[in-house]
Write a protein that binds this ligand. Sequence first.
Ligand code: NAD
Length: 329
Amino acid sequence: MTGKTALVSGAGGFIGSHLVRRLLAEGLWVRGVDLKFPEFSSTAADDFVIGDLRDPGFCRSIVDRRFDEVYQLAADMGGAGYIFTGEHDADVMHNSASINLNMLEACRRRAVPRIFYSSSACIYPLHNQEDPDNPNCAEASAYPAAPDSEYGWEKLFSERLYLSYQRNHGILVRIARYHNIFGPEGAWQGGKEKAPAAVCRKVALAPPGGEIEIWGDGNQTRSFLFIDECLEATLRLTRSDFSGPVNIGSEEMVTINGLAGMAMRIAGKQLSIRHIPGPTGVRGRNSDNRLIREKLGWAPSRPLEAGLAATYRWIEQQARRNERVRQAA
Ligand code: NAD
């Protein structure tokens, strides 16, 4: 044990549950907080509190000491099917903004020395992401602001909120703009899953020689970062003397069709793709890692295909287990 303590809010979610394990492995005492326990494995946290971070009193009760590190990951979020349809805009803005306002204030009252905040690539202006081959996601391009979703606007507001607490209250804040983090134990069905998990699920469930559906023409580009790489960058940033905001992502850009092809190669299945209408978000997005390389000397260590293979194997297992349960019922 290091004698250090950490609080992870959003610890029942994808990144939070992995982060708790990583912090414990490093010898910290960890409290996790969420509306729910992690879905796919039991939590590793020393202490796990279930509750609603939209309630300021609840936030004060869980920040009951001067934690050495606080990681604020809780947000109302999901994949394109949740964020880009417009149906959840009021919830996304109200819920996530309330969580950030409450958590920061609770941390200030306890003189928490440093807090990490997970912003998103969704803050970048739509007009810089219309060319799939040449998107501009350099940190400085965030302003003049024009995100393409209310999710992005809330993240931008909250970045500014955290930075204002740093300026006015002396709390050290570290802000990452995550670009599509993926891996085992992430949502893989039900509407909140993102492209890598959705593609792996479709490929895993398709019969040999069958067909999968892709939203849009599949020529939209993205980059995807494997969870272990994300955690390494997150910890380096949090413990550095650099506030950010800084991109944490991969610069290995692929089209969604290319991603589907990669999943098929991993699965050893030749499938055809049917393009159907659906929410696709911006035409192109890629992480720009110049700033994080310069400030933290960090870059992803493994190619996309390695992380996708690990994710595919996990989703295939989940799909098989579901099928066994369905047959037994
Ligand atoms: P996730 O949805 O798996 O985790 C978020 C967690 O927050 C969930 O477990 C949810 O229950 C919890 N939460 C939501 N509202 C709450 C409330 N009122 N009280 C308590 N807990 C609440 O998402 P994730 O992929 O782990 O993302 C973590 C953070 O990183 C989020 O802030 C997200 O916006 C940001 N981010 C993620 C990605 C990505 O690709 N995964 C990309 C950009 C930014």
